[in-house]
Design a protein around this ligand. Structure first.
Ligand code: FDA
Length: 299
């Protein structure tokens, strides 16, 4: 299966753009803010919250970051003007983190200022391990000036137990996910069970400390473990939320919503949809199975 997955990924650049667009359509709201807001409106009508992500990461020139900031400011205004239930998720490498961390800080501060004006929450996505420490530092600095800023911790990283303890002590708002980037075993757990165990204990530490936690997973075993912790701590639904990607695990999403849990859907949009989809595939060849299903028209 792994060989087939790698073959599919290698062949992706050869797949005609309309087909890639059809596959991506399920996971990406579209190219424009209007399309993204329409997707959020539909999700809200299904009882789900949303977080908007302007696609784009790892810019190659500092001059490219302004466009992203301007689009986030438009998105924040669009959410407020339409009265939708959504916040935003931001990747710091799209703001130049790998080129000039101080430039990235200034650009992120513009987004935070826009959010503060409207009272909207801003989540900083977590990217590959080369930027984990700097991302946490920028999160902490931003949180000193605006409370509604949140962080992501990746369960596959060995350092996460320590990062979770610190985040717990600070009362941080944390999204916990498994982690999508390919990382070496020295710094990341290679086994699925170890990652699930780390996910469960990270959620446990954060919820136990009273932090608001976004439990971002489509893995039923991880959801069950989180529900057990929530029941043991007797938490009300306002103390946490589940989070899922657009187009993934619709049944599980509906089950959680109808059981009364908060659920937020991650809604990416923008012109960079194709690069984003291809990069995700290269970083995680197991995703190729989903592509194949998409090609065959499966759900
Ligand atoms: P797992 O990978 O075991 O998937 C469980 C099941 O879900 C699979 O069997 C499959 O059926 C389905 N599934 C999962 N992903 C799918 C996909 N993309 N398409 C179709 N089906 C899929 N990572 C990161 O490093 N930094 C971040 O900031 C974020 N942010 C983030 C936000 C949100 C809301 C979510 C849901 C996820 C992230 N991630 C992330 C990605 C995360 O780290 C992880 O790679 C994916 O969620 C897949 O892990 P699961 O926990 O779903 O388990």
């Amino acid at each position: 299966m792994k060989v087939l997955n790698r073959l599919i990924v290698a062949a992706m650049p050869l797949v005609p753009r309309p087909i890639v667009r059809r596959i991506a359509h399920r996971y990406v709201a579209g190219e424009t803010l209007a399309q993204a807001l329409e997707t959020v409106r539909l999700l809200n009508a299904q009882g789900c919250r949303a977080t908007l992500d302007v696609l784009g990461e790892d810019v190659s020139a500092i001059g490219e970051t302004d466009r992203t900031v301007v689009e986030y400011l438009r998105a924040l205004d669009g959410i407020a003007a339409s009265g939708l239930d959504s916040n935003v998720s931001v990747k710091l490498t799209a703001l130049g983190l790998k080129l000039d961390a101080n430039h990235c800080r200034r650009e992120f501060a513009r987004i935070v200022e826009g959010a503060r004006r409207l009272g909207t929450f801003v989540r900083i996505d977590m990217e590959d391990s080369s930027v984990t420490s700097e991302t946490i530092r920028i999160y902490r600095e931003a949180r000193e000036s605006y409370e509604k800023v949140g962080l992501v911790l990746q369960a596959y990283l060995r350092r996460t137990a320590e990062d979770a303890r610190e985040a717990a002590a600070q009362g941080a708002n944390v999204r916990v996910c498994k982690g999508i980037y390919v990382e070496p075993p020295e710094i990341a757990f290679p086994g699925a069970e170890e990652i699930r165990a780390s996910f469960a204990s990270t959620v446990d530490v954060l919820l136990g400390a009273g932090c608001y936690v976004g439990i971002a997973t489509h893995d039923p075993a991880v959801v069950r473990a989180a529900l057990a912790t929530i029941a043991r701590l007797r938490l009300p639904p306002e103390a946490y939320e589940f989070q899922m990607l657009l187009g993934v695990a619709g049944d599980l999403r509906r089950q959680l919503v109808s059981a009364g849990h908060r659920l937020r859907v991650y809604v990416p949009y923008g012109e960079a949809w194709e690069a984003y989809s291809l990069r995700r595939l290269k970083e995680n060849p197991a995703m190729a199975g989903h592509v194949l299903k998409g090609l065959l028209g499966g759900k």
